[in-house]
Ligand binder design. Structure first.
Ligand code: GCO
Length: 261
């Protein structure tokens, strides 16, 4: 039997899809045939995004809403269902990071990161899953991180949230498997995006550190995620559930190597 990676006839919602990894994954799903719904929260960014998608012949259906606001999410998903159709594939990608030493972090800022990176995927998944349960099928993909597994100076809230998102993935997979919903995660390694721009600049010690720490010897290109997101969104992964696939150029496989080796 030929594995089935087809997404034609499927509707995919990608949160935080106005730029970065979210946009790259959304494009991959659309190029594989899915009807694309994108979420963002900044009107100007949304407008630019629609054009970026259009330049690749992708019609993106834009919905501006705050993924951390349960009421707004409920209203937006109902609107999407009425205007575009019921969601088959949900990619919980919207996220944020704050790089502040733990000793100096304001607990309110910590809470905000957990709210966006962990509570929001729960809120959106819960709402979308209600329809998926009714339909007897669905794919949910949570965008985790290296920080789902590893710690790093200054990212305590982000690591706590992304570690939590890994366990939320396993728990929702457990609870919703009986409805034929698969909940998996993707853990991107270090990618060249806007979020990592401040630590990627030439001459920044972190830039060199990451290249040396990554067996592949480079930063990830957002397009490197396309194959994995398509796989997890398609029938090809129907018996894959509760897994986090790390797309990291080998980082988690290794202890690393001394500088210069
Ligand atoms: C950092 C980075 C990371 C990445 C990514 C790694 O400061 O260490 O920004 O957190 O964004 O999530 O997987």
């Amino acid at each position: 039997m030929k594995p089935n990676f087809e997404l034609k006839g499927k509707i995919a919602l990608v949160t935080g899809a106005t730029h970065g990894l979210g946009m790259a994954m959304a494009k991959a799903l659309a190029h594989q045939g899915a009807t694309l719904v994108i979420n963002g929260h900044t009107p100007a960014k949304m407008e630019a995004a629609i054009e970026a998608y259009a330049s690749e012949e992708i019609l993106a259906h834009p919905y501006l809403f705050d993924v951390s606001d349960a009421k707004a999410v409920d209203a937006a998903i109902s609107k999407i269902e009425a205007e575009v159709g019921e969601i088959d594939i949900l990619v919980n990608n919207a996220g944020m990071i704050q790089r502040v030493p733990a000793l100096e972090m304001d607990p309110e800022d910590f809470r905000k990161v957990v709210d966006i990176d962990l509570v929001s995927p729960f809120i959106v998944s819960q709402r979308v899953a209600k329809t998926m349960v009714k339909n007897g099928q669905g794919k949910i993909i949570n965008i985790c991180s290296m920080m789902s597994e590893l710690g790093r100076n200054t990212v305590s809230a982000y690591a706590a949230a992304k570690g939590g998102l890994k366990m939320l993935t396993r728990n929702l997979a457990t609870e919703w498997a009986k409805y034929n919903i698969q909940v998996n995660g993707i853990g991107p390694g270090y990618f060249a995006t806007e979020q990592t721009a401040p630590i990627r600049v030439d001459g920044h010690p972190f830039n060199e550190f990451i290249v040396n720490r990554t067996p592949a010897g480079r930063w990830g290109d957002p397009d490197d995620l396309g194959g994995t997101v398509v796989f997890l969104a398609s029938k090809a992964s129907d018996f894959v559930n509760g897994q986090i696939i790390y797309v990291d150029g080998g980082i988690l496989a290794t202890i690393g190597k001394p500088a210069g080796e």
